[in-house]
Design a protein around this ligand. Sequence first.
Ligand SMILES: Cc1cc2nc3c(=O)[nH]c(=O)nc-3n(C[C@H](O)[C@H](O)[C@H](O)COP(=O)(O)OP(=O)(O)OC[C@H]3O[C@@H](n4cnc5c(N)ncnc54)[C@H](O)[C@@H]3O)c2cc1C
Length: 473
Amino acid sequence: MTAPVTTRVEGWGMAVGGQAQVLQPTSAEAIAAAVQHARSKGLKIALRGSGCSYGDASCGTGKLVLDFTRFNQILDFDEQTGVIRAQAGATIGDVWQHVLPHGWWPPVVSGTMAPTLGGAVAMNIHGKNAYRVGPIGDHVLRLRVLLVDGTERDVLPDDPLFAAVIGGFGELAIILEVEIQLKHIYSGLMDVDALSGNNLAEIFQIFDDWQDRSDYLVAWIDGFAGGSGLGRGLVHIAHQLKPGEDAQPKALLSVAAQTLPSRLFGVIPKSWMWVFLWPFANNLGWRLVCWAKFWSGRLLEHGKRYRQGHAAFHFLLDYVPNFKFAYKPGGLIQHQIFLPKANAQRVFAEVFEIQQRHGLPTWLAVMKRHRPDRFLLTHGLDGYSMAQDFAVTKRNRHKLWQMCHEVDAIVTAAGGRFYFAKDATLQPDSVLAAWPHENLRAFAALRQQLDPEGILATDLYDRAVLPALQKLG
Ligand SMILES: Cc1cc2nc3c(=O)[nH]c(=O)nc-3n(C[C@H](O)[C@H](O)[C@H](O)COP(=O)(O)OP(=O)(O)OC[C@H]3O[C@@H](n4cnc5c(N)ncnc54)[C@H](O)[C@@H]3O)c2cc1C
């Protein structure tokens, strides 16, 4: 086994993390050897994909971090059926670039193409189409996993482990391979409708109007707007093209045609665009950015339909790859709350008001529609989510965490949930309030069976979930 490298491992938001020993295995044998090594030394292991979880979900302070990014081969792809099998470290970007020329696209993608399949499945990620097709777990055909005792096994959808490992945030088994059903696309383009809503009620109305006749729905919300404009925003509604709707359907079914430009205006490298955001990275500057974004969308785009490539529609955040650097030095956290449909509008309004009252408005809020699913510790429900980014500074850190706890109490009282991939602040009591206790007990029982020594343990698990399970008894 190669020697691990000791380095700081932090969440994507750069606000949490710590020193860890990091290994980047390139084979299943090397992964098994690392697990064996950790067991013999009494070391804990935190599994990590691309590290795109905002908080401490793939951090392992004082532990061995197994980084899967070099275990990333596409193993098999059937261009007739659209079934692909890949090692856990292959990214969503690797997958779409491999399959697009054959008329296929991943069934569920996140707002960046950087996540690995292992990380995406372990968190059971959702896309802007969650209300139609559910999370990624609903499209997994088979997993190959390594258990902590060294045995490898296939996990199929009828295996009780399937619904627990998917969304089990890397605490039950090590995912080695993922086999997934892709979705067929006829064109490299989609039709996109742009609408604006003057307040939260109008945004919800747009979602209601379109959810039965769209493939993807997403809203950006201006977290600074108050009064009668509270929750105003821009909604984008995408429709996959059907056969015959694109005169040249093959034209954009190539990676080169979909790839996001590497330079802004052909001059400024994308990786430096965050520098232009930096002067606005304060409440006043960001209020201005949000105001300009809302009004340009309302005046120039509202009611318009245009065509956009799949990559440009889905991976907007990759246009400014290092945008998070604008949040330096303190970084950012994201807090994504999920509410049942009956309570969502009321609670979202209350949450925006709380943030504004505390002087901690969200700088980026994104709303999506979801549906229930079969996974044990799922964040999915018949309702809506609001993902909200907050800048972290030395001065606001304590107050920000307290505000998130205040919001968590309101969310759980309204029957809501949270998303481990976006968490840095959740407390054990909120875990107990958000998930059915029978699900938490079933999860604890599986852990006891598969990993009795508790070798797999990320910082998130130690912080929020383990104490919750211990309280449950
Ligand atoms: C800009 C941005 C936009 C995003 N948009 C969305 C979105 O639209 N929808 C959404 O759902 N999420 C979104 N995310 C979150 C992201 O999709 C998830 O955090 C995802 O899990 C990241 O995958 P990763 O490979 O980086 O995994 P990591 O963040 O490194 O790890 C995630 C979890 O997977 C576990 N894990 C990693 N590899 C394995 C393995 N081989 N076996 C078992 N467990 C493993 C880790 O222990 C951890 O619990 C976004 C993130 C960013 C930064």
